[in-house]
Ligand binder design. Structure first.
Ligand SMILES: Cc1ncc(COP(=O)(O)O)c(C=O)c1O
Length: 383
């Protein structure tokens, strides 16, 4: 029985529903951010992040900064690229536009390789783009939260290492880490950035990033200083290394309560084999997608291989818009999100299936969501 007050099930693609123990960790009494107990907890968080990202390379470096997922983009642009550098941004929806905009803010030229809505750039197109110009970084959104499109990160990384080996492979894993399989070392990734509020299942407020040894070398070889102060790895690298070695350190005050919540969330995730967790997300996603198809509805991502396991973007029947169904879904106790991709926002809704809503079937969140959707469509005469 949850100790949380009754509330509608939050099934937007993040923030997600949180486990009681994770939430309760946030009511930890106040403690010094440089005291041994807190430093030890921060150290555990960093070592557990290595496990979550499946890296055992001692040269790779986790960062946990106060901020949201967006701060991960800033960290990449400010620390790994320099003004005048080129970034190839693979576009599968809204979040590539924003990442590209972030690069431009730092004087980096961002070239977007776009796919039709619901699709992803194909490997041969990416290869051609990489052969045409030398890019400092390639970025890919693992799951684009605006379209529910899944990118083929492993194959992309292989391609980059074959065709343009100096290009850093940067993955926006905000809607994937904790729900989609990611093998940081094996797939030879350089950066995976994420946030806490989605498949990791911890309240929003932390920017989580893993950098490879190669990325750290590129950072150290910069000719110009990082063009951010708060986000500068010059400031944070020694702090993260000290925390992991359980030594007190200070650059800017962290949020002890959020770090405690993340510590609990990571320990819960790692208490089971990661493969099982990813399989749970795949199975839940398959069930949702089958139920959507049984209702006669399509997804924005039409090809099965393009479909995320952490969320589903559901195309509404002709003539139905999100305001016709989202409020009635809420009345039935489930919160769906409206569309986000600006060209088609009025035509679809989004359902997140991550974290406890997937791993704790006793909650019944996803069954409730599908039943509510069926009823809401019937109310508007479409099911
Ligand atoms: C794929 C993706 N990237 C980046 C972000 C930005 O993260 P935040 O809103 O935590 O700043 C989001 C937010 O939903 C996202 O879904």
């Amino acid at each position: 029985m949850s100790s949380q007050p009754p509330h509608p099930a939050l099934l937007i693609p993040g923030p997600i529903e949180f486990d009681d123990a994770v939430l309760q960790s946030m009511s930890h009494y106040s403690e010094s951010h440089v005291g041994a107990p807190f430093v030890s907890t921060f150290g555990d968080v960093l070592s557990n992040l290595r496990k979550l990202f499946q890296t055992t390379d001692p040269a790779s470096q986790p960062f946990v900064l106060s901020g949201s997922g967006t701060l991960g983009w800033d960290q990449v642009a400010a620390n790994l690229t320099e003004p005048g550098d080129e970034a190839l941004v693979l576009h599968t929806g809204y979040f590539a536009d924003s990442f590209a905009d972030c690069f431009e803010t730092y004087g980096v030229k961002a070239t977007q390789l776009k796919a039709a809505i619901g699709d992803r750039p194909q490997l041969d197109e990416v290869e051609q783009a990489l052969r045409e110009k030398k890019y400092k970084v390639l970025t890919v959104t693992h799951v684009d939260t605006s379209t529910g499109v899944l990118s083929e990160v492993k194959a992309l990384s292989e391609l980059v290492h074959r065709v343009s080996p100096d290009t850093l492979v940067v993955v926006d894993g905000v809607c994937s880490v904790g729900g989609e399989e990611i093998k940081f070392d094996e797939w030879k990734l350089d950066v995976v950035l994420t946030a806490t509020q989605k498949a990791i299942g911890c309240p929003a407020g932390l920017s989580v990033l893993m950098a490879s040894g190669r990325a750290i070398e590129v950072f150290k070889a910069r000719k110009t200083r990082p063009n951010s102060y708060f986000g500068s790895w010059k400031n944070w690298l020694p702090i993260m290394q000290n925390y992991e070695a359980k030594k007190a350190s200070y650059f800017a005050t962290p949020s002890p309560q959020l770090i405690h919540a993340l510590d609990t969330a990571l320990k819960q995730i790692l208490s089971r084999p990661l493969d099982q967790r990813f399989a749970d997300h795949r199975n839940a996603s398959q069930k949702v997608k089958k139920a959507i198809a049984d209702l006669g509805l399509k997804q924005l991502a039409t090809k099965p291989e393009n479909q995320a396991n952490t969320m589903t973007a559901i195309v509404l029947p002709e003539g139905v818009t999100p305001p016709d169904v989202v409020p009635s879904l809420l009345k039935k106790g489930v919160v769906f999100a409206g569309g986000l991709h600006k060209e088609i926002a009025s035509k679809y809704i989004r359902l997140g299936h991550m974290g406890v809503s997937v791993t704790d079937p006793n909650r019944g969140d996803l069954t409730k969501a599908i039943d509510a959707l069926r009823e809401s469509l019937a109310e508007v005469g479409k099911a």
